[in-house]
Write a protein that binds this ligand. Sequence first.
Ligand SMILES: *[C@@H]1O[C@H](CO)[C@@H](O)[C@H](O)[C@H]1NC(C)=O
Length: 389
Amino acid sequence: MRDSKQKDGTSHRTIYAFTFLVSITMLIFLFVWRPMLLPYFFRYFKLIISEAMSDEQRVLDNQLQLAHKEWRTYQIESRFGQEWCKENVQARSDVTWLTIVVDDNFVVPALVLAHSIQTFSCHKNMIALISDTVAEETRRALQRVGWDIRVVEAMDCDWLDAKMGFARNGGLFERPGSFRIKGTHTRFHAWNYTEFSKIIYADADYMLMTNIDQLFDIPDDFAATPGNRPGVVNPCFNAGFLVFRPDAKYYQGIMDLWLETTQRDTCPDDQVLLWHYYADAGNWRALPYSFNIRLIIYRPFNSYHFAGGKGGYHPPKPWSADCRPSRKEAAEYDRPIVDIADVEIVFWKNFYQLLKRYKLEDWWRSTKLFRPKQEFGLVPYADCKRGHQ
Ligand SMILES: *[C@@H]1O[C@H](CO)[C@@H](O)[C@H](O)[C@H]1NC(C)=O
């Protein structure tokens, strides 16, 4: 950072010196040979100054153009994407989308994810791994939007402890019990789904903004996005979005590594385990950050992942946040996305839409997540957010 600032300083000095020399030459030219050109010269000089002053604005204007174009593409793809698929893409049964629903709250983002896959993807295999704790009505809602429900054994560190027959506590990387999310390792089951040549796994709080089916065709066995946007060094990947080839050999390898590290040390969480298994072995393809954008607006805006949600740094998840936009405001939303609050409104726009499309309104009203006052109220989303800061 500092290096680049110094470099900027040096190049600025060079520009100043150059400008000075040119100006002197011009002055001699104007005053000695062509005094008639003087007014033109001053006008030109004024323009250069104002151009330099507004440079940052020009960059912002350009970004806004990009945002406009992207929003327009989003609308066109939402409306005609499936027609395009029918005309251009052969349906495939050897690839699938995959997610996990760990509890009844996560049904909200899982429905939005499904809706976004149905809107943008040409491939409609969608598997949701759930544990037997997920309520029957929740399962039916998930099936309505196209999830193929597979009830699997929920795997996490407690599960492994019980399997190994010991109570383990502490350790350097151990998360306190209250922070532990149940069933974190459950997705490992999918490595054994060898009927598929490729799986795209996305956390349930991931939302597609365009068609990314090309990832089903990458030759690599394992791909994920780096932990941070370009420009911020982060040696690890974020495991909330993965593209991988299932293989019994990998499945066994991951399970063995988990058992082995847990016996030797503390129980690593699933992301850490995948780092060790794939990244340590140099068997990791880094995908562009655009496929797993978190916490910031970044372009191309292929997707958004409502990651985090604990602590002040992360914005709360839309479905558990204090505020949500009314149905009217969400329906009327029609402007480029430039802010996280915009993405949140798009999230709800999709959610309210899918309630209609998949006839889930009655179910929604029967859940404790339904908030009639906000959904049918008149308070603008931004005002509500300001009131809850
Ligand atoms: C993995 O899949 C195979 C074949 O479908 C099955 O026989 C086996 O039980 C599975 N392994 C586990 C641990 O689920």
